[in-house]
Design a binder for this molecule. Sequence first.
Ligand SMILES: [Zn+2]
Length: 250
Amino acid sequence: MTPFLDYKGIEVSGRIVFGLVRAFGPFKELASQILLAEQVGHKATDGTILVDPKAWYAFGGFQRAFARAGRLLGDSVLHQIGVSVAKCAQWAPNTGDLQAMAVQMDRAYHLNHRKHGRVMWDPATDHIQEGIGHYRCTLRPGGTIEIEATNPHPCSFDKGLILGGMRVLNVMGGIFHEETHPCRKRGHSSCLYVVRVPAASSYRVEECSSGGSAEAVHPRSGGHERGQHHRGGEREEDGVIGRLANEIHA
Ligand SMILES: [Zn+2]
């Protein structure tokens, strides 16, 4: 894996940084501490971080902030950050269904980063600049999607990012990252995620894993009777982060 210091000239979109802050909900102070400690963003008059979604921030510092968040708060929070970032990121064109979104994921990833002032995916030429790794998508028979992540993000973040993409599209299904697969957390250079969706995927996402321990989004017969469409939103994310924040400050 490329050391963080080697990302000179590479920046991440403020939309992504904003997604991280948003994942913390009312615990913005904690997100502020993590980002400001790595010189990402600026301090507002109230002491919390000021992030401009239209600005660009140092990629290396942002990756160190991920590492810091993982050390302080664990995988569940990295997972929640991934879900939140998926909602804030700029997606590539033609991502109306999950297969298309997975195929376009690497382009979207590079669309949200720039190198020496140039956005790393050029839609006009389809050229991608190297430097931040990739997401490689393979569509398997039966609708199974494999996504290999060879970028410097933490494993849990990318799992959350994929889940967040499914939420954006209101697609249900499961994300599997089995022990037999390589994993960056175990020192490998990549992680392999397998996404399975039912053949007739017309259900809305109504229950998601908070905390990252369960990756499956479960189908329910009839889809929406339970009236819980929104229970997996910010309140659950706040719950995970809030509990951990209290433990840290205890
Ligand atoms: Zn992994």
